[in-house]
Design a protein around this ligand. Structure first.
Ligand code: GDP
Length: 298
């Protein structure tokens, strides 16, 4: 699904979130393990003020596991429980239930002390488009969930999925809007495919990605495209990997050209087709064919 964020959409999404958040005790926030900070909504802390929190690093199968561990420590230092999962395969999803119990323990205890015994703790899932919310809910809450929305004639209201005797989950996830005033955040989100429509210059994305890979994961490029980079060539040291392509953008273009030649992305006259190579590189990244690569470190 493609999303474009106009102020009207944003206002609507925000209103929905506020409405739903008022009903819940626990917010389970999904973010992409490959860019856990950029993929979050900066307003989430104020929106979720006073609620129990869990951050799920989804698509962990595509992320660098060492970086994922670092991100988990980072969020846990802020007092937020975390899990790393692959919702598509379902791995890691089982750790969520005990984690939810842990996050809600206080609430359950408080209810019990007040003599409230049949009031389950209520939770919701939220995240930016394409982060994997539906996939996660299906994998987490089971197949029955997918069916509820499809039945004709079912009255539209809040549907809750009973996870166990203590916990219920809102069956529709909250949609958060990404914020990419910062160009680098925009780059990361566009490379992940989260904001496809807003940044469409694939050449620019490819150059940024190459610069980042040169710095952080050079072997991934070498292995995938079968050429050797020259580590002695200091021009390859792009300095701050998070920076935008600057004067050495030309270097990255050379590499892109090499990729084009290696992969037979050629124009009619035999010249390298850089646009095609850019698409190929980004596609290789998104599908995990370049390896498990995280676009930002804590
Ligand atoms: P939503 O917009 O947040 O509901 O996202 P979807 O659940 O529709 O997922 C978006 C895309 O990401 C789909 O192509 C999913 O198959 C894929 N996806 C979701 N979770 C994972 C995951 O953990 N690993 C991988 N590799 N792909 C995933």
């Amino acid at each position: 699904m493609d999303y474009q964020w106009y102020p009207g959409h944003m206002t609507k999404a925000r209103r929905m979130m506020q409405e739903n958040i008022a009903l819940i005790d626990l917010l389970i926030e999904l973010t992409d393990a490959r860019a856990p900070q950029s993929g979050r909504n900066p307003d989430i802390d104020s929106l979720a003020n006073g609620k129990s929190r869990i951050i799920v690093l989804n698509k962990a199968d595509l992320a660098d596991s060492e970086a994922t561990d670092q991100w988990r420590s980072h969020f846990e230092n802020e007092g937020i429980l975390t899990a790393a999962v692959d919702s598509r395969k379902g791995s890691g999803v089982r750790q969520l239930k005990p984690l939810i119990d842990k996050a809600c323990q206080e609430k359950i205890e408080r209810n019990r002390r007040r003599g409230i015994v049949n009031r389950p703790v209520r939770a919701m899932i939220a995240g930016i488009p394409n982060v994997g919310k539906s996939t996660f809910i299906n994998s987490f809450a089971g197949k029955a969930v997918a069916k509820t929305g499809d039945k004709p004639g079912v009255t539209k209201g809040k549907q809750w999925i009973r996870l166990n005797k203590n916990v219920e989950l809102l069956d529709t996830p909250g949609i958060l809007w990404p914020k990419f005033d910062d160009q680098i955040i925009g780059m990361r989100l566009a490379i992940l495919g989260s904001i496809r429509d807003e940044i469409t210059d694939e050449g620019e994305l490819a150059v940024w990605l190459i610069r980042y890979l040169m710095k952080e994961y050079p072997a991934a490029l070498e292995e995938r495209y079968g050429f050797e980079l020259d580590p002695a060539n200091e021009v390859y040291d792009t300095g701050d990997a998070a920076a935008m392509p600057g004067e050495d953008g030309g270097r990255a273009l050379d590499i892109l050209e090499k990729i084009a030649v290696r992969r037979g992305c050629l124009k009619a006259g035999g010249q390298a087709d850089l646009a095609k190579a850019s698409k190929l590189l980004i596609d290789d990244y998104r599908s995990g064919r370049l390896g498990r690569i995280t676009l930002e470190k804590p």
